[in-house]
Design a protein around this ligand. Sequence first.
Ligand code: ADP
Length: 605
Amino acid sequence: MSRVALPIADKPAVRSYALTTIRQHGRELSKVVGLHGLAALAGLGAPVLLGRIVQTVAGGTLATVDMLALGLVAFVLAQTVLIRFAAFASARFGEKVLAELREEFVDRVLAIPLSTVERAGTGDLVTRTSRDVAAISHSVRRGVPETLIAVVTILLTGGALVWLSPLLALPCLVGVPILTIAARWYLRRATPAYLRENATSSELIDGLTETVEGARTTEALAGYERRTKRTQHDLRENYLAERATLRLRTIFWPIADIGFQLPVASTLVFGGWFYLEGWVGLDEAVSAVFLVQQLIEPVDRLLSWMDELQVGGASLARLLGVSMVSDDRTPTGITPVDERIVSTDVRYSYVDGRDVLHGIELAIEPGERLAMVGPSGAGKSTLGRLLAGIDAPRTGSVTVGGASLVELPLEELRGHVALVTQEHHIFLGTLRDNLALAKPQATQEQLRAALAAVDALEWVDDLPHGLDTVVGSGKHEISPPQAQQIALARLVLADPHTLVLDEATSLIDPRSARHLERSLAAVLHGRTVIAIAHRLFSAHDADRVAVIEDGRIAELGSHHELVAANGSYAALWRSWQAEPSAAGRPGSLRARPHPRKSTASPEQS
Ligand code: ADP
């Protein structure tokens, strides 16, 4: 299946994001750098004093050696203490930045239009929320502080070397071209390689998730071979991508190692020569070797973090890319003048070039009950989603009171029309929080009134802490019918004028059906209802029936008109009535005068 991957931010966008973050945290950052700078300064005491000790010993005067050794211990102790505080400060800094990044990312993810997620596949998003966030955590928690430490240490140690003797600072420069060339070679190739590694891993996860979720279908359609082939293909791509990054590392690091060791050796050799020539003191030559040796660790750290920061940067590009998804809602500021829903020449396609709706013209009057019937696959559910403003039509428009549904901000849209399906979710939290999702500013009275409207107030009051009882997985479990009532109460709170009921997805437990139907009837009362009817008795009750066939409205009129017209609806009606068990069905007209049933939640999109 071809996927439209979510976008990825480009380099300038990532850089400007990083710079903004650094600017925003200037003070904390200076504290971190300052403390690490002090620690690095204390670290310079040891090599300098070691040089002195060697010279003292070589000169045969041992008197000051003890003092020098004590001084050395003092420097090491001071460095240890300073490192402890510096590490603490940088950890705090990292955690803070990371927490902010996470919060921002959650907001970005939640803002992605549902249709984009459906097109891109969930695997991409899952990789971004798991693998990429983990990669960034690693970079932010450790990478950024350690890079800073490395830079500060390198600058101070290098400075000390020059201060000691500019001449002695020269031999170690042999490492510079080696490291520069190797690093440039590596870094240029690393970003695309790591991006590819992440992308292939998304594909792999996507495929595996699909295989597992669709295991039954695969079994039923004997699709093993295709699925196995796809998984093998994905595995191979992922393997190749990982091997490419591994190859980069195995070439780069050995060369880098030469770049580390050569300066130490050359400082030793040249330092010895300079000393023999009398250009430098013995203590200077010895200290220089120790200082260069001391440079290896931060340079190594810097390079390896450059590597990891590349990974982090690639992940950051993918996270920032999420916010580049264009919103499918472009508010125009037009407010609906009434609650009339009008569909004008609506066409829609899931796959390019294959429309499933072909120019739907339909106006639904406020307070009307419209039933949509027709064969499976005719486009009823699709039209329902468009009429509820969840998806935008390919061409044409769906408006409420003159305002296009997909141009209304989500909160406003939900006050006009909501899609009611079986999919609802009780979130871990108090019952109050669960209800307030629909209307955050709802008062206690409004919450209670909504519960009363759906007949749920009694059992809620019986809960150990009433509205403040924590419900959801692992906490106080509420039964499926109760969950459905909560979903209905959310609808009452959101108070949309129009409800689109998709009965295909509404399966209620027969034992609680009666009870729930009363709740639903209370919710439907006084609202415009568009019911996607999969049973004809619902249609019989409606003011008008729209027969959808092959993406078109084939017939439109009241039940009696359509029966009289003797078209496909009449045929359906007759065949349904002819079924011997029809009258005795739980949903039959005789058994139940108001059998429109569905359970509910406004679909979150
Ligand atoms: P109904 O509700 O009348 O059964 P639908 O609106 O579900 O019909 O489907 C209309 C057409 O659109 C069908 O041909 C169906 O296969 C296709 N369709 C529905 N959902 C999708 C989807 N997510 N991706 C691709 N095609 C789809």
